[in-house]
Design a protein around this ligand. Structure first.
Ligand code: G6P
Ligand code: MG
Length: 220
């Protein structure tokens, strides 16, 4: 196929935002920082290190580099406790159907996630083998909204950026896809993801001929 797909993980394939929230909330409690679900929105798609900086800003707290390292380790250990309990039931609606559809149309796809835990999460839900490539927080030096993660994804697919379609639930991710000159599809609230080329509340809402129409017309 002349087009390929790059999937974000958290919020598109699985809903891990709730586990990130619980783990950040624990750390915030230890640091006496008030941390709400609204604050958690700011961390979506953002790297682990940057997330800690945002949290510390919210609480107006400064930490030494060593304490920051320890905070990052303890947050992730906490998060992993939730991840290790995940299974295929946590795959979001429409994901399996879409992957089957892509397989049957011969459209290739890779993962493009900011998470360093991406391989473990995919393994837990039984999807690790389905992706042709995994570009994650371990393979990039610049976090979303920098387009690096998606540009590496396009290379893995051997496709030009303008022939790649990115599925994203985070503002930073849509921005990264647009900067990469890819077709961006926002999954979630349309008003929040207003910069996306296309919007759907979830993957079950995509029309069956979405990809066929993309290959027929020149979108960008
Ligand atoms: C995803 C999530 C972010 C998270 C980031 C890093 O992009 O949306 O909330 O901070 O991955 O995840 P990690 O698993 O490496 O801490
Ligand atoms: Mg996401």
């Amino acid at each position: 196929s002349t087009i390929g797909v790059i999937f974000d993980l958290d919020g598109v394939i699985v809903d891990t935002a709730k586990y990130h929230f619980l783990a950040w909330k624990n750390l915030a409690n230890d640091l006496h920082i008030e941390f709400t679900e609204a604050h958690n929105e700011l961390l979506k798609g953002v790297s682990r290190v940057r997330s800690l900086e945002i949290l510390l800003n919210i609480g107006n707290v400064t930490l030494t580099d060593e304490s920051k390292q320890n905070a990052l380790i303890s947050k992730n250990e906490d998060y992993l406790e939730y991840i290790r309990k995940m299974n295929a039931d946590e795959i979001l609606p429409g994901v399996n159907g879409l992957l089957n559809e892509l397989d049957s149309q011969g459209i290739r796809y890779v993962l493009g996630s900011a998470s360093k835990n991406a391989p473990l999460i995919l393994k837990q839900v039984g999807l690790l083998e389905r992706f042709e490539g995994i570009v994650d927080g371990n393979s990039v030096s610049k976090a979303k909204p920098d387009p690096e993660v998606f540009l590496i994804g396009a290379k893995r697919l051997n496709l030009k950026p303008e022939n790649c379609i990115v599925f994203e639930d985070a503002i930073a991710g849509i921005e990264a896809a647009n900067k990469a000159n890819m077709i961006s599809v926002g999954i979630g609230d349309k008003d929040t993801l207003s910069e996306a080329d296309f919007n759907f509340n979830n993957l079950t809402e995509m029309p069956y001929d979405f990809f066929a129409r993309l290959t027929q017309q020149k979108i960008k």
